[in-house]
Design a protein around this ligand. Structure first.
Ligand SMILES: Cc1cc2nc3c(=O)[nH]c(=O)nc-3n(C[C@H](O)[C@H](O)[C@H](O)COP(=O)(O)OP(=O)(O)OC[C@H]3O[C@@H](n4cnc5c(N)ncnc54)[C@H](O)[C@@H]3O)c2cc1C
Ligand code: SF4
Length: 330
């Protein structure tokens, strides 16, 4: 067994300084991912910096109408918060469709955003995996890849990002606030997730020791009319094959604004900008939704076992948007 030290931080500055001072440290929030990976030997920190005592669990309305969610707010508390339910229903639904109730009570928002892929090869120390061990190869390319990505892939990694709520947060232009060894910064969530390229082990722009302290949801009236749908092999306790976070504003039968995030198909929570472009100013019809979905998925990189995801994703986009139309327009 590898030796593993543990320390509990009581303020943000100490947490950051302690983690930054040890190159092989990791933050510990709910532990629902981190402890699994340590047990499997996928990650091998020699110091865990427990951040649960930090005052980062509040969910607060902002003067501009937005919402600030502390990094340590638990998935359950965020999902059940009245403002999230009313103004950002897709985010609430995404959280409630993830994991299990016990896990949601433990798992934090910051940890959810930083969770690692569920690619089986990544979690199996015996298999080559560029994300776990840079330069070792990718077992999924010719192996079992039914659940893997068709968008944002590279020849070095095709693993999907597993977070549900991140898909809604990407659609809503959330902003990640961090404090690191070099101070505080804000990162638009669309810049937070990096595609694998030639360095799949680098998944986000956080410096070592940089702590997510909060996530902001901007004031976004369109988000009130939003939905999150998740398609998976079984109805609970399962990651998405495809998921969709959709929000739409329709006036006189025309799409005035639309937000689309797609999960389960990409190496990062996927903002469907091509589809959005097709839809803005277009009639809010099923035919147009199909056209928009096809435009988005036209760049998909399909493999032997995961090609079905393209069609599933198109149908998910159409279903998500249709669900949001007033009854008579569906
Ligand atoms: C069986 C199972 C099923 C699941 N199903 C789903 C699902 O369907 N959908 C879904 O979205 N998720 C699912 N999850 C994943 C779950 O949501 C994550 O494990 C959880 O959100 C991680 O949060 P945590 O607080 O436990 O993080 P931890 O496990 O403590 O940390 C995870 C990672 O984030 C880092 N970290 C934590 N907090 C911060 C911070 N504030 N700043 C910087 N880095 C930080 C840690 O160092 C670690 O690398 C599932 C998990 C399990 C075990
Ligand atoms: S898809 Fe990515 S995580 Fe999975 S084996 Fe290949 S490199 Fe590793």
């Amino acid at each position: 067994m590898r030796p593993l030290s543990y320390t509990r931080a009581f303020d943000v500055e100490t947490a950051v300084a302690t983690a930054a001072a040890n190159e092989n440290s990791a933050f510990l929030a709910g532990g629902t991912t981190e402890i699994d990976l340590v047990r499997l030997g996928v990650t091998g920190p020699d110091l865990l910096v427990d951040i649960n005592a930090l005052p980062l669990a509040d969910i607060e309305q902002q003067p501009d109408g937005g919402l600030r969610i502390g990094a340590l707010a638990r998935m359950t508390d965020v999902a059940r918060h009245s403002v999230v339910e009313e103004r950002y229903p897709a985010a609430s639904q995404a959280l409630l469709l993830g994991a299990s109730e016990q896990l949601r009570n433990m798992a934090s928002i910051g940890g959810n955003l930083c969770q690692r892929t569920r690619c089986t090869y990544f979690r199996d120390n015996m298999s080559p995996c560029n994300k776990r061990e840079p330069g070792s190869g990718c077992s999924a390319l010719e192996g079992i890849h039914r659940g893997h990505a068709i968008m944002g892939t590279s020849e070095h990694c095709i693993a999907t990002h597993p977070s549900d709520v991140a898909v809604a947060l990407v659609a809503f232009d959330a902003v990640v606030h961090t404090i690191g060894p070099d101070g505080a910064r804000t990162i638009p969530i669309d810049d937070f997730y990096l595609e694998p390229g030639t360095s799949p082990h680098i998944e986000h722009p956080l410096a070592h020791g940089e702590l997510i302290v909060a996530v902001d949801l901007p004031a976004l009236p369109i988000a009130r009319n939003s939905v999150y749908l998740k398609f998976r092999d079984r109805q609970s306790y399962e990651f998405a094959l495809v998921s969709i976070a959709a929000a739409v504003e329709v006036e006189d039968g025309v799409v005035r604004d639309v937000r689309l995030g797609i999960g389960g198909i990409a190496t990062r929570p996927w903002r469907a900008r091509r589809a959005e472009e097709v839809l803005i100013g277009a009639p809010a019809t099923r035919e147009k939704f199909i056209e928009a979905a096809a435009a988005e998925l036209s760049g998909a990189s399909l493999r032997r076992d995961n090609a079905f995801k393209a069609e599933l994703a198109k149908r998910a986009v159409v279903r998500g948007l249709t669900t949001l139309l007033p009854g008579e327009a569906r």
